[in-house]
Design a protein around this ligand. Structure first.
Ligand code: SAM
Ligand code: SF4
Length: 352
């Protein structure tokens, strides 16, 4: 494939990774994403005396007619793969809420040129969907699991669902999903006391754990930098308890810095977009559930692909449009700088 038929931005970054959001809706109300629960408000007000009263706390969902159909999503993925995209991650919102999600997985799994098809899920509905997803060709799954304590899990997610998620993780391993990853968003004063317990859990079950810094993408705009536990602090603390060794990476676009244990059981990854940004090697774009292309998690502009799709544009025109959009990919994010403007839509709409 020549430079002429890849998606490349003005910084010379070649795009290989497309994250596809299947819905903006969710059956959880995570405190760092959709903080609509009383527990979330108490946390922000109590701990940090900060919860903008004017913030729209209740999410306005995208009208269903604006959600891309499976045919439309398949068409975009086909086109993107023709233009050099190799990795597809299905996300949301909660992707398992999308009726017939396994049919979409089967359609995408059959597209030649995709080297990696994965999904990120909160895991609550996974038990019901696992077999069908595996049969449809899904090979990798990441679960969000921010606490191993039932009460804390409920406080963080707004749902008493720890048992379902733990069972889902176990089933994923039994069905041969590999690797099974666990995403933990670490928030000071909320779940940072569980770092060691979560690491023990990863070792016990031979899981890849990803500790992620809290980003200013919550719907209530309650994020404060004081709530972020820097990745370096996480690893330094874990090193006092565990023998962790850095894993060399041959992928400059990887988001996680990885750490392994001497016996090879379990793995830790640190994703530190706030304290150690990795924008220089970012090769990701996002397709929102309502058909907007986002060239950065923190984009303040979205590009309306849906109108082109539904307006009858041919593949050649769509490809050229995508090429021009990708060229405009933001150089980097500006978190922590005076000119930082958070995106108007939150993580559940953007597709994490
Ligand atoms: N509902 C699914 C889930 O929770 O796994 C998929 C969508 S969720 C938006 C994707 C990932 O984004 C999850 O791992 C979640 O923990 C992470 N996330 C959500 N809000 C975040 C925030 N403000 N900062 C960092 N990560 C966040
Ligand atoms: Fe839902 Fe995932 Fe957001 Fe939690 S992080 S509210 S599970 S979309």
């Amino acid at each position: 494939m020549t430079q002429a038929n890849v998606l490349i931005d003005s910084q010379g970054r070649v795009l290989r990774d497309l994250r596809v959001s299947l819905t903006d809706r969710c059956n959880f109300r995570c405190l760092y994403c959709l903080p609509e629960t009383e527990a979330a408000q108490n946390f922000y007000r109590g701990h940090w005396a900060h919860m903008p009263d004017s913030a729209p706390l209740v999410q306005q969902w995208v009208p269903k007619s604006n959600l891309l159909t499976f045919e439309e999503i398949e068409r975009v993925v086909l086109l993107a793969v023709r233009w050099g995209i190799q990795k597809i991650r299905l996300t949301g919102g909660e992707p398992l809420l999308r009726h017939g999600v396994e049919d979409l997985v089967a359609r995408i799994a059959g597209i030649p040129g995709i080297t990696d098809l994965a999904m990120t899920s909160n895991g609550f509905l996974f038990l019901q969907k696992a077999q069908a997803l595996r049969q449809a060709g899904l090979s990798r799954i990441s679960f969000s699991l921010d606490s191993l304590d039932r009460e804390n899990f409920r406080k963080i997610t707004g749902r008493d669902g720890l048992a379902e998620v733990l069972d889902g993780i176990q089933l994923a391993q039994q069905l041969g999903f590999h690797p099974v990853k666990i995403n933990v968003v670490v928030i000071r004063g909320l779940n940072d006391h569980e770092l060691e317990a979560l690491t023990d859990f990863a070792r016990q079950h031979n899981l890849s754990l990803r500790f992620i810094e809290f980003m200013p993408l919550d719907a209530a705009r309650a994020w404060l930098k004081e709530m972020v536990v820097p990745g370096r602090e996480v690893i330094q603390r874990l090193q006092t308890r565990f023998d962790l060794r850095p894993v060399a990476s041959d992928n400059p676009s990887a988001t996680a810095k990885r750490w392994a244990f001497p016996d090879g059981r379990g793995e830790i990854g640190i994703i530190a977009p706030v304290s150690e940004p990795f924008c220089g090697h970012c090769n990701r774009i996002r397709l929102t559930a309502d058909g907007k292309i986002r060239t950065c998690l923190f984009s303040v502009t979205e590009h309306d692909l849906r109108s082109h799709l539904r307006g009858g544009a041919g593949d050649e025109a769509l490809g050229q449009w995508l090429k021009e959009v990708v060229w405009q990919k933001e150089e980097r994010h500006h978190i922590g700088e005076p000119d930082f403007v958070p995106p108007t839509r939150s993580m559940s709409c953007i597709g994490g």
